[in-house]
Design a protein around this ligand. Structure first.
Ligand code: KG4
Ligand code: ZN
Length: 334
């Protein structure tokens, strides 16, 4: 079964062809990072215009790379939620048009559920049930997964997502966008225990997260208690030490909450997905702490951690098998 997947939920124009929900036949990702870098974050209107330009060439490239035509496909899948509404609509109207004109079923995919599915490509023996952490620029949440479609949310961030905290801390430190990779790079020269930043909600019952206090702590540490947006760093501030201590605080919370969730659910497997999962300290710490607790940890390669359409087409295989075909009137839900 061959499915074409489309994801335009945020700032990546992504199209992929996946066979049988497992094998990635083509995976095209047009990044917009350079367009948004000078604004320090994704500008929705800029993202939409870039999607309009990039999407049809990306569809052509994905089909060509897979050496198939539209008529060879079994379905067209598209992310309909969550995301920037304008960006989602561009992918959705394109997918509807392709599905209608080629007379193929349309499959509506939840972007978060697709991130949850992403470890399955490189770990085909991965078995349910497991607990999964989705941690990206827009989301930080823990899920209990019993199958690709049976997913229960255990907790999520009450304010900022972890990736958003990375991006905002990087702005405070004057590091380039996107913040995650630049903080990770700066942290290599710093001490993770130089500054004791808060680990919000750690040790408390429940599986919710909070990162806005940490962001404020970084701001006050770097610019002083009465800091204004444009202020420079205090003279004694060491950017590598702040980066390393900040990264350690985020990773400690993500790892310990995930372990607690796995233990509470009685499962022996933790998976991860989303852009922040590209972080080396997070990957190493989760594996190490999981090992100590007798819990296996699986995550995708870095290319499948960040936004892509292979995860959309992969999950769509299971939705199609379950008969969950979308009506052409389906709408985008931001
Ligand atoms: O999943 P994703 O590509 O897009 C969303 O759905 O949000 O995640 C992007 C987020 C950004 O906040 C970025 O700073 C973060 O993932 N990120 C990282 C790393 N690489 C990307 N955060 C920490 N360490 C990294 N190496
Ligand atoms: Zn994402």
């Amino acid at each position: 079964m061959l499915i074409l997947g489309i994801d335009t939920s945020c700032d990546e124009t992504a199209v992929a062809v996946v066979a049988d929900g497992r094998q990635i036949v083509s995976n095209i990702i047009c990044s917009q990072i350079d367009l948004h870098a000078r604004y320090g974050g994704v500008v929705p209107e800029v993202a939409c215009r870039a999607h309009v330009e990039a999407l049809l060439p990306a569809v052509d490239a994905a089909l060509e790379k897979a050496d198939v035509t539209l008529s060879d496909l079994d379905a067209i899948a598209v992310t309909t939620t969550p995301g920037l509404v304008g960006a989602l609509l561009i992918g959705l109207s394109t997918a509807k048009t392709l599905a209608w004109s080629a007379e193929k079923p349309l499959i509506a995919v939840d972007h978060i559920q697709a991130h949850l599915y992403s470890p399955h490509f490189e770990h085909p023996a991965l078995e349910y049930p497991y607990v999964s952490l989705v941690v990206s620029g827009g989301h930080t949440a823990l899920y209990r997964c019993r199958s690709p479609l049976e997913i229960q949310r255990l907790g999520s961030t009450l304010d900022d997502a972890a990736g958003e905290a990375f991006d905002k801390a990087a702005i405070i430190l004057g590091l380039p966008y996107p913040g995650g990779p630049s903080i990770e790079r700066a942290a290599r020269e710093g001490l993770p225990d130089a500054i004791r930043f808060p680990r919000s909600l750690l040790g408390r019952a429940g599986f919710d997260f909070s990162f806005s206090g940490l962001k404020t702590a970084v701001l006050y540490h770097c610019k002083g208690q009465n800091a204004a947006k444009g202020d420079g760093l205090l003279p004694e501030v060491s950017v590598p030490d702040v980066a390393a201590s900040f990264q350690q605080a985020v990773v400690d919370v993500l790892v310990e909450k995930s372990l607690a969730a796995a233990q509470a659910c009685g499962v022996k497997m933790i998976t991860m997905g989303g852009g922040v999962t590209a972080n080396t300290l997070l990957r190493e710490r989760m594996t190490e702490r999981g090992g100590e607790a007798g819990i296996n940890v699986r995550f995708p390669s870095r290319a499948l951690c960040t936004d892509n359409a292979a995860m959309v087409a992969g999950l769509a295989h299971h939705l199609l098998e379950a008969g969950q075909i979308a009506d052409l009137m389906v709408d985008a839900k931001p």
